[in-house]
Design a protein around this ligand. Structure first.
Ligand code: RB5
Length: 143
């Protein structure tokens, strides 16, 4: 079974519930790292928690949700080996996988409706990295 890790702050909490439901309907095994309510909390804490699950090798993909997706992506990209893409359209979802091999998808609950968010997610989950010339560029980022 495919597995995926997910987390949000309070701003992304409601969308996270819908995304989780969608993932379960697609037979994903979902680890939810919180937050667990609409109560105000700090997105850097959840971004770090999720990134450590990817960097440990336990998961190879994760989803972070906040109000805009921006705070989460800024935090996640501080961690070497994390390639977080803040996405709000389907074309970028596809390219963030095929060219950038993104391993974290950041979504904004105040930007996206649940329908578009699920379309973005579906494309992101099902697009492969093209490697070839793109791998060299990703290596340059890590160097
Ligand atoms: C919380 O109000 C909001 O700032 C947060 O969810 C996120 O959008 C930050 O980038």
């Amino acid at each position: 079974m495919n597995k995926i890790v997910i987390a949000s702050d309070h701003g992304g909490f409601e969308l996270k519930l819908k995304i989780k439901e969608y993932l379960l309907s697609q037979n994903y095994d979902v680890l939810d790292l919180g937050t667990d309510s609409n109560k105000s909390c700090d997105y850097p804490y959840f971004a770090k928690k999720l990134c450590s699950k990817i960097l440990s090798g336990e998961f190879n993909k994760g989803i972070l949700i906040c109000g805009t997706g921006l705070g989460m992506s800024i935090c996640a990209n501080r961690f070497k080996g994390i390639r977080a893409a803040c996405v709000s359209d389907t074309y970028s979802a596809k390219m963030s996988r095929s060219h950038n091999n993104s391993n974290v998808l950041c979504l904004g609950s105040r930007v996206l409706g649940a329908g578009l968010a699920c379309d973005i997610l579906d494309i992101w989950l099902n697009t492969s990295f093209e490697a070839n010339r793109h791998q060299k560029r990703l290596d340059m980022i890590d160097e």
